[in-house]
Design a protein around this ligand. Structure first.
Ligand SMILES: *Cc1c(COP(=O)(O)O)cnc(C)c1O
Length: 379
């Protein structure tokens, strides 16, 4: 049984996007193109991490390219990927608590070391198992999130480099404002990371790879590509607004439903909780069985649109399990397809436009698509 509201995940589209990013990197790189670290945290932004990971592995195999590295948020996500048979190297971005380190060793995950404390804990855990553990070091260049502060590495880095059971494979940072060309932090972070490279070399760190670019930085500045790039959003076919690159990306996720009822509203009547929408003229409205429990934000009322019969219709009210849309003058009947995200006829509801309409980022639009929405895959 498939609920009327369901997601269709276009894995062919994902592969196309991966190739498009690869081609962009190959065309723009000075020397060899950077490796892609495919970011599949948060269940691959709601697309289904195991399916996405296996599709990316197949894509790399088919083209005998360097296997992609995958990245997830925590050890548990990495363990799930391994349980699904994923063989590619997996980088874990997030904070490591001492209690869950087992998974790193049992499932061959590459942890991020973000603090002197984490370095000591991992070194001891590796010593106890008599292994040497490959890690990536995270540098905080200005987001004030995970990472060693960029400005006192002389105090913190030597101990990490001396850890007998840790092998530093890579060093990375993360940008907080790469999509915003007007914000000065991006350039500040970039130059700080350059200074980190110089300082690390002086401290004897050599032969490691460097990475920094999320989707926005990748699009915006080739100098951030280094040895690897970490796109998430772009893989799913969405460019981070306001950047509008000339890339043919295919939106991977579409969210579809069906009209369950059509009715009339009279002027002065309201729709939704709190009487949030007031009709100012006679309207024909359709009820769609998808609401905020499915990840369709309440703020879409009055701001969002859906496609019915290829026509854009306004969302009037959103509740937990349903929404009311304005189909006045539109040929809409019970059973007709409604597109909440993705293409229908010549039009497209793009995650980036939805995000802009309600003042958030496309990542949130995708990740929030609820667990009760069944995903179907096209390959
Ligand atoms: C989520 C994340 C990314 C990917 O970001 P996009 O904007 O989706 O490309 C890259 N690096 C880190 C550390 C992240 O947490």
């Amino acid at each position: 049984m498939v609920r009327p509201t369901h997601a269709v995940v276009d894995l062919d589209g994902l592969a196309v996007n991966y190739r498009t990013i690869r081609a962009l990197l190959e065309a723009g790189a000075v020397g060899s193109a950077p490796r892609i670290i495919a970011v599949i945290k948060a269940n691959a932004y709601g697309h289904g991490a195991a399916r996405v990971a296996r599709a990316l592995e197949r894509e790399a195999d088919a083209r005998s390219a360097l296997p992609p590295m995958l990245a997830c948020a925590d050890i548990e996500e990495g363990v799930e990927l391994r349980a699904a048979g994923v063989k590619a190297p997996i980088l874990v971005f997030g904070a490591l608590s001492v209690s869950d380190l087992d998974g790193v060793f049992a499932h061959d995950l590459t942890p991020t070391v973000s603090s002197p404390f984490a370095a000591r804990a991992l070194d001891q855990a590796a010593a106890a198992r008599d292994v040497r553990l490959r890690v990536h070091l995270k540098i905080d260049t200005g987001m004030n999130r995970f990472g060693f502060r960029h400005d006192n590495l002389r105090a913190t880095l030597p101990a990490v480099l001396r850890s007998p059971h840790l092998v530093v494979e890579a060093v990375y940072t993360h940008f907080g404002t790469a999509e915003d060309r007007a914000h000065p932090l991006f350039e500040r972070q970039r130059t700080r990371f350059e200074a980190v490279r110089a300082a690390a070399a002086e401290l004897g760190l050599a032969g490691v790879w460097w990475h920094a670019a999320n989707s926005a930085a990748l699009l915006r500045d080739r100098r951030t590509w280094y040895d690897a790039v970490r796109p998430g959003l772009l893989l799913y076919g969405v460019a981070p607004p306001p950047l509008d690159p000339d890339l043919r990306l295919r939106p991977v996720m579409s969210l579809r439903s069906r009209v369950v009822a059509v009715k009339g509203m009279r002027p002065g009547e309201t729709a939704g909780y709190g009487g949030c929408f007031v009709a100012d003229r006679p309207l024909r409205v359709a009820l769609v069985p998808a609401g905020y429990a499915d990840g369709l934000d309440l703020r879409l009322a009055g701001r969002g649109t859906v496609l019915v019969g290829g026509v854009r219709t306004s969302i009037l009210a959103v509740s937990m399990d349903s929404m009311v849309v304005d189909v006045t003058g539109v040929d809409a009947d019970p059973g007709d397809e409604v597109v909440l995200l993705g293409p229908q006829k010549a039009d497209l509801i793009a995650a980036r436009d939805v995000a802009v309409a309600i003042g958030t980022v496309p990542h949130e639009i995708l990740c929030r698509i609820g667990t009760r929405i069944e995903r179907t895959y096209n390959s």
